[in-house]
Write a protein that binds this ligand. Structure first.
Ligand SMILES: [Zn+2]
Length: 512
């Protein structure tokens, strides 16, 4: 049984309403790895829904977090002064919205496209609406106990007066630089320290503030369980870094139980999603954003990539390796047509808009070759391979695949699978042996006959054999004469896709 179905079945037994939750800090363009968490939570949500359980999926945008790193694609002059300021209070690079809204919306757009449509909650609104007030008070009243929990679980020592709350400085507006020094049940006294962190400078202001309705935030390790308790979260996982023993998940679980009296949500730790490759990792200094990868693969195929592995299985995706993308499409098509119930379930959960699996489409690798051939009628080629007329759905799929085959060729395909037909006689024809030249002249004769590529391919091969050429030597002669390189797509298809007169003249010239 698919892992999410197992989890859902187990959780649904309680008969209680379920709340799946995930969150992300919009500190800039969101990295592709963050999509994995969104999809994993979406799988549990959908599996639970199918059991008939009452279930909701929320996604919190952590817009109260400070800017603690300046993305390389932003102007230093414009943004350096905002280091330490809550992301919700920083202007967007495009004007209008806040910085947090700008990058969060970009990320939301991508995961919506992948079929994940959680209810979006803005952390700043959770605070300003007073939704977290009860937990803020509990945390402040129990600051000492929280400190003990930290020490017990993570082994880290905190200063004696540690209070798990960070006010927004009333003078400079920063939140990353403040320290709460005392709590009297009504107000928090705080200081904005010049050197609290090395990425932002505080202004030195000392003040007192009510910690409620949006004047600051709980420290992250306390905020996480506070949100569980305030919203009633029953399922939330995290990347494996947070899931290590004594890590933030363990602390959050203990704080949930001991401070907020709340049973921690069901946990799903998950492995990283790594995107490797030279072009990908050098992209603008941040690696690849979720938006970028959503532009190189259709939504279902990208979702399939994340749905197929189990959460603790590592994904290392390198689109620049020769077979990565064509194989991903092949695997997707195999899952689409399979009778294996587990694989079928993976395909169903990858399918974004409950598409029918009943359509014909050429293999991606074949399409990559075919789109490079001049004058190729892809619809009639598909039709002859299908052996029947194309349906409307077949045509739509073909159209979409062609778009992604072209993107692949432009962005990632290794040189050996790219080709163009040389307009003039390639220099490389000097490499041709007399036998190869004889073959090219023979192919001109063979072209007079029918135009079935399968039969034609075989005739060319036989002609080579009769002359005393190996199969490799035979087809190499054709590639050199047409493409100026030693390899290429299936020769018969290539020849038949070209203008007959052009090929005949080229072979005559090369065969001299
Ligand atoms: Zn300040």
């Amino acid at each position: 049984m698919f892992w999410a179905d197992k989890v859902a079945k187990e959780l649904a037994k309680s008969g209680k309403p379920q709340l799946v939750d995930d969150a992300k800090t919009p500190s800039g363009r969101v990295h592709v790895g963050a999509l994995r968490g969104v999809v994993i939570h979406d799988l549990i949500y959908k599996a639970l829904k199918e059991t008939g359980a009452t279930v909701k999926y929320t996604f919190i945008i952590d817009d109260m977090d400070p800017m603690d790193d300046l993305p390389t694609y932003l102007s230093k002059d414009k943004y350096k002064k905002y280091m330490g300021v809550p992301l919700k209070d920083i202007p967007s690079p495009q004007g209008g919205d806040s910085y947090a809204k700008h990058y969060a919306k970009e990320f939301i757009h991508v995961f919506n496209k992948l079929g994940a449509k959680p209810e979006i909650l803005w952390n700043s609104e959770l605070y300003s609406s007073g939704k977290l007030d009860k937990q803020i008070k509990l945390a402040l009243d129990n600051a000492e106990k929280i400190q003990e929990i930290y020490e017990k679980i993570s082994g880290s020592k905190r200063p004696r007066d540690f209070i798990p709350f960070q006010p927004i400085c009333e003078q400079c507006g920063k939140i990353g630089t403040t320290v709460a020094t005392s709590w009297n049940g009504e107000y928090v006294n705080y200081e904005c320290l010049e050197n609290k962190v090395d990425w932002a400078k505080g202004c030195g202001y000392k003040g007192k503030i009510s910690p409620f309705i949006g004047k600051g935030k709980l420290s992250w390790r306390v905020e996480w369980p506070a949100k569980w308790a305030a919203l009633g979260v029953t399922i939330e996982g995290e990347g494996k870094d947070h899931a290590s023993r004594g890590g933030s998940r363990d602390t959050a679980n203990a704080i949930a139980k001991e401070i907020f009296g709340y049973e921690p949500p069901y946990d799903i730790p998950y492995e990283h999603f790594l995107l490797s490759g030279r072009k990908m990792s050098s992209s603008k200094g941040i690696g690849v954003s979720a938006r970028e990868i959503s532009e190189i693969l259709p939504a279902e195929v990208l979702r399939f990539l994340m749905v197929r592995p189990w959460p603790m299985q590592h994904i290392d995706f390198n689109p620049e390796l020769e077979h990565t993308i064509p194989k991903l499409f092949d695997d997707f098509d195999i899952a689409r047509k399979t009778k294996d119930p587990d694989l079928k379930r993976i395909w169903n959960l990858s399918s974004v808009e409950r598409k029918t699996e009943d359509y014909f489409v050429l293999r991606f690798g074949d399409l990559v070759n075919l789109v490079q051939m001049p004058n190729m009628d892809l619809e009639s080629e598909s039709e002859s391979r299908k052996g029947a007329a194309l349906t409307k759905k077949d045509k739509e799929e073909l159209k979409e695949r062609v778009i992604y085959a072209k993107i692949y060729l432009e962005a990632f395909a290794p040189e050996n699978i790219k080709f163009t037909v040389n307009k003039t006689l390639p220099d490389k024809v000097r490499m041709l042996t007399d036998k190869q030249k004889a073959l090219l002249l023979k192919v001109i004769d063979l072209m007079q006959k029918g135009s079935d590529p399968e039969a034609f391919q075989n005739e060319v091969y036989q002609a080579g054999r009769n002359i005393g050429l190996s199969s490799a030597e035979t087809f190499k002669a054709i590639y050199i004469a047409l493409l100026g390189k030693e390899s290429g797509p299936k020769a018969a298809w290539l020849i038949l896709s070209l203008d007959k007169k052009f090929v005949k003249e080229r072979f005559k010239e090369a065969g001299k």
